[in-house]
Design a protein around this ligand. Structure first.
Ligand code: ABC
Ligand code: CA
Length: 471
């Protein structure tokens, strides 16, 4: 599927090993042990109702190819990022046929599959690596000479030295070598075709020279979402020229800061987004918008006030980017740094009536209603109608989002004269299902309850009765 197709989607990101087991059992899973916990592709198939009922229409699964086996000083390769064989699947997650069945099952529901791919490195358990254990690159000359990445301000060091540590050095592929480059271009084409992937999430993008990427993305034939783990807009913007899109890390950091404390600054989030809108090739459109992922502590490891959580969770769904929800956020998981943030979802019982699950379902429904009502919604540039330290009014017609960071003991209020609705138009806050009216100039003046966010749409596209069925 193309970037345009993906722009209307909403992505559920999961760690295959931690999402669901084949037989639906719920084995114990101590994240600190960093071992395989038995989640599989078949397990995902059996839980697609759970994902789809929240309103997601795309699933991003963790990497699929064969990894380093056995325990290391950094645990086992349950996350999938430690490739040793590009041409074989990771048997812990199932068979070729299982993965194809997952793809078919998603497509039968009109959902997309995004696979996570790693070309930057292969994983070893010693320095120098035992190169003969790698497939198909089994020569030292297939890799950059060993050196650790030590200087993130030196791009050659970032691209040609190694990630990882003494326990699991990540041998850095010689992506300047023509044979290796050609292998990866044909590899990605075959992988996408074999498993019917609709998009690729590309790992460690900033660690490979930029001009490797356009032909790689082209060879994949599908939407490419790159991981450039960096908070700097100018730095990240370069990669918006070589891939369809990037994960929105530059907005992630101010987003966390804005809602982690009642003293956070929402206007910094707004100014970051405005800077991105002018710096990136497609503005913020198509970027992957997220609050959590497998590499960062969960939001609730910092802050558990549910009003702040609800506000922060709202952000990825109401902006210009593609919303991404990291599995477990909807169940209120609180894990801190890797590996604590990779909890087994089966331990939650996949409960669907919890407030955060309801919130996610509501946010997806609101976005879908806006897309349906306004053919231009997806290409309408978000505007901040007001931005202060403690509150935001965000317009993306016909949606008006009101956020604040006063927490659950606060009573926020917003006065938005230029909201752009029709005079006296009947509106609804989809979070509370309360009906309100625009004033005679089409503006909105409301008081929030208990620090909760408001996501406002015209009643004509989101009825009160529909709203209540979501709760
Ligand atoms: C393992 C253990 C961990 C242990 C770690 C040392 O080793 O599990 O407990 O702490 C995989 C696994 C991990 C595993 C690693 C290493 O492999 O998932 O569990 O950690 O063996 C991607 C994936 C990630 C994956 C890999 C490796 C890469 O998303 O899940 O990890 O295939 C760098 C890379 C980035 C990579 C990340 C893990 O490391 O660039 O692609 N993620 C700075 C640098 C970043 C750097 C980051 C973290 O630190 O600039 O390049 O990411 O080291 C902002 C700044 C940023 C700054 C951040 C921290 O602050 O603007 O520049 O990032 O303000
Ligand atoms: Ca590299």
């Amino acid at each position: 599927a193309s970037a345009q197709n993906w722009q209307k989607r909403s992505i559920y990101q999961l760690v295959t090993d931690r999402f669901a087991t084949t037989d639906g059992s719920a084995p114990s899973c101590d994240t600190s042990e960093r071992r395989y916990c038995n989640g599989t592709w078949k397990g995902i198939i059996n839980k697609l109702d759970y994902i789809q009922r929240m309103g997601f229409d795309a699933v991003w699964i963790s990497p699929i190819v064969a990894n380093l086996e056995g325990p290391t000083g950094d645990g086992e390769a349950y996350h999938g990022y430690w490739t040793v064989d590009h041409n074989t699947l990771n048997a812990h997650f199932g068979s070729e046929s299982d993965l194809k069945q997952l793809s078919t099952a998603l497509h039968a529901r009109g959902m997309y599959l995004m696979i996570d791919v790693v070309v930057n490195h292969m994983a070893a358990s010693s320095i120098p690596p035992n190169y003969t254990a790698f497939e198909p690159f089994d020569q030292q000359s297939d890799f950059h000479p060993f050196c650790w990445i030590t200087d993130y301000s030196n791009q050659t060091n970032v691209e040609q030295c190694w990630l990882g540590d003494q326990n699991v050095p990540l041998a850095d592929m010689d992506t300047e070598d023509e044979d290796i480059v050609n292998f990866f271009y044909s590899w990605i084409q075959t992988l996408v075709n074999s498993y019917g992937a609709d998009g690729v999430r590309i790992d460690t993008v900033k660690h490979v020279r930029k001009d490797f990427w356009p032909d790689f993305a082209q060879a994949s034939g599908v939407f490419s979402l790159g991981e450039v783990l960096d908070g700097d807009i100018q730095y990240v913007s370069q990669y918006t020229q070589v891939l369809d899109s990037i994960l929105d890390y530059p907005a992630f950091y101010p987003l966390i800061r804005a809602f982690t404390n009642t003293t956070g600054d929402l206007s910094q989030l707004a100014s970051t987004v405005e800077a991105e809108q002018s710096a990136y090739k497609h503005g913020v459109f198509m970027t992957g918008a997220f609050l959590e992922n497998a590499d960062n502590p969960r939001f609730q490891s910092f802050q558990t006030d549910q009003a702040l959580v609800m506000n922060a969770m709202t952000w990825p769904f109401v902006g210009d980017g593609i919303p991404i929800l990291y599995y477990g956020q909807e169940q209120g998981y609180t894990g801190g740094n890797d590996p604590a943030n990779r909890e087994a979802l089966w331990l939650s019982g996949y409960e669907e009536n919890k407030p955060l699950v309801v919130h996610v379902r509501t946010l997806n429904a609101a976005r879908k209603a806006a897309i349906k009502a306004n053919g231009q919604f997806i290409d309408t540039t978000l505007k901040f109608l007001s931005a202060t330290k403690s509150s935001l009014a965000i317009s993306k017609s016909p949606m008006l989002t009101l956020l604040s960071n006063g927490g659950s003991t606060s009573t926020p209020s917003w006065n938005v004269p230029d909201a752009g609705y029709a005079p006296n138009e009947e509106l609804i806050d989809v979070v509370s299902c309360m009906v309100i009216n625009a004033n005679k100039e089409g503006g909105v003046s409301v008081q929030g309850s208990k620090g909760m966010p408001q996501v406002i749409l015209p009643v004509s596209i989101f009825s009160k009765s529909f709203c209540t069925t979501l709760k």
